[in-house]
Design a protein around this ligand. Sequence first.
Ligand code: GAR
Length: 190
Amino acid sequence: MTKLAVFASGTGSNYDAIVAATKDGTIDATVSLLVCDKPKAKVVEKAEKNGTPMFVFDPKQYKNKAMFEAKIVEVLQTEQIDWIVLAGYMRLIGETLLHSFEGKIINIHPSLLPAFPGLDAIGQAFDAGVKVSGVTVHYVDAGMDTGKIIAQQAVNITEDMTREELQQAIQQVEHQLYPATVQKLITRGE
Ligand code: GAR
């Protein structure tokens, strides 16, 4: 069985969607690990309830990124993880992880990349007044939201839509598109 590690820093609605998809058979894999860089994040409570094994760390306790990523790689290898699924992990992935899991790290971003990379992509799109935004799933490289695109889905922004409504619409798409894309990658055996 394919083993996934979900990396998250916040609420964990995508973590929830992926766990649910592994349970209802949409994804033929297990979420074998949650990696979180924010000990107080909501996603940690969720993983505790679900019984997902966790590696929760405080980056300030390490000398640099290479040090905490080396520790993460150790845990990933112990758990025999196949894929790293970033789900709101708000940190650039460094060389240590990229090198150890080459071509096996994916991310979800709440815009149609290359438009609106970085923080608050939903707010950026809303403020720019674009009529279409959406969701991108992509491979992770050393850049900020720059890796090869795997899947995208558009979301229309209507005249009367609030920022909150746009966020809801985008997250709804994320919760479908991410599990479906993960399953496609697993099936392809990449
Ligand atoms: C998601 O909307 C995800 O696309 C975004 O963070 C949110 C996490 O929500 N990620 C990025 O902006 C990455 N650049 P969640 O914690 O509820 O899954």
